[in-house]
Design a protein around this ligand. Structure first.
Ligand code: FES
Length: 321
């Protein structure tokens, strides 16, 4: 099976760091040799090794046309796996990191005539790059940016610039779910040619998912690198049967199917491990899945499963693995 970790071929120097919102730090990188960096498109992310040795993915937020620098904004997650704490507490100007050439699983839909870009919290990072790309290309777009309050919202200065401001709608809910943005009302109509790109906490993505079930298939796109913890665990254990390779693996309540397979020596393609990129899709041959991803449409639920987040309603699943 393929090694899911690409080579960390880039050596990047930290040229600046700046707090851009409560608990959010913007890092600016350039190549250590001063050369041009690989070209990216909006929505791309950087896989880098943090000072603590962990591998983490962060969306690029600078103008995608820039070749002389990359920028990522990172939210310090005290209860995360330690990657963001390591970056923010240990990486200073003059320090360096190694990274893989950026990849993009969240690119703007090429056929769209208008983009609706929805961000929650730190999910603004890829959305900011998308907004910059739309502005440069003259593509119609609107950003809906949801946060607890202005103090927790990054890049309000950039979003308030003259050219950008007419495209931006901010919504602050004070952390009260009752005051959350009303996506059901806002996304009721389906403008022809419009594509949605959404990045944010899981409840926000779920609200967008629920509000767009009547939208055309493949017109709504999600990403979740580091914006919220995926629901890797569940209430009970179940067993997955591997139809092609043979054998069975028990998935305990505190592991995802993907992780249980790994521990059993069965590797599988994956990337986001958050149910948004589509990399870990596996054929579902039997059993009733508990789908928790933002990739599959309702009409695919009987035949496929995203094994990084989804679980089982039945005691057994049969997978095309
Ligand atoms: S690894 Fe991205 S959806 Fe599962």
């Amino acid at each position: 099976m393929a090694d899911p970790t690409p080579a960390l071929s880039l050596s990047l120097l930290v040229t600046a760091r700046q707090t851009v919102a409560e608990g959010i730090v913007l890092f600016k990188f350039q190549a250590r040799d001063g050369g041009a960096l690989p070209l990216v498109s909006a929505g791309a992310h950087l896989l880098l090794r943090t000072p603590s040795g962990l591998l983490r993915r962060y969306s690029l937020c600078n103008d995608p046309a820039e070749r002389h620098r990359y920028q990522v904004a990172i939210k310090r997650e005290p209860h995360g796996g330690g990657g963001s704490i390591s970056m923010i507490d240990a990486l200073q100007v003059g320090g360096h990191v190694t990274a893989a050439a950026p990849e993009n699983y969240f690119a703007l839909a090429p056929g769209a005539t208008r983009h609706l870009l929805i961000a929650g919290g730190i999910g603004i990072t890829p959305v900011l790059a998308m907004a910059r790309q739309c502005l440069a290309a003259g593509t119609p777009f609107t950003v809906i940016y949801c946060a607890r309050g202005p103090e927790q919202a990054a890049f309000l200065d950039v979003l308030g610039e003259t050219a950008m401001a007419p495209h931006i709608c901010t919504h602050f809910d004070g952390g009260d779910p009752a005051r959350a943005f009303d996506f059901a009302a806002d996304l009721k109509d389906v403008p022809a040619g419009t594509h949605i790109a959404c990045c944010g906490p899981r409840p926000l993505m779920q609200a967008v998912r629920d509000a767009t079930r009547h939208w055309p298939k493949d017109s709504v796109h999600f990403e979740d690198f580091g914006t919220s913890a995926p629901p890797a665990g569940g209430e009970g254990a179940f067993t997955v049967h591997l139809a092609r390779s043979g054998g069975s693996v028990v998935v305990p309540h505190d592991l995802s199917i993907l992780e249980a397979l790994r521990r059993a020596g069965v590797s599988a393609p994956c990337s986001c491990e958050a149910g948004t990129c589509g990399e870990c899709r596996v054929g579902l041959l039997g059993g009733q899945a508990d789908h928790r991803d933002f990739v599959l449409n309702d009409d695919e639920h009987d035949t496929a499963i995203m094994i990084c987040v989804s679980r089982a309603h039945s005691l057994e699943l049969t997978l095309d693995v």
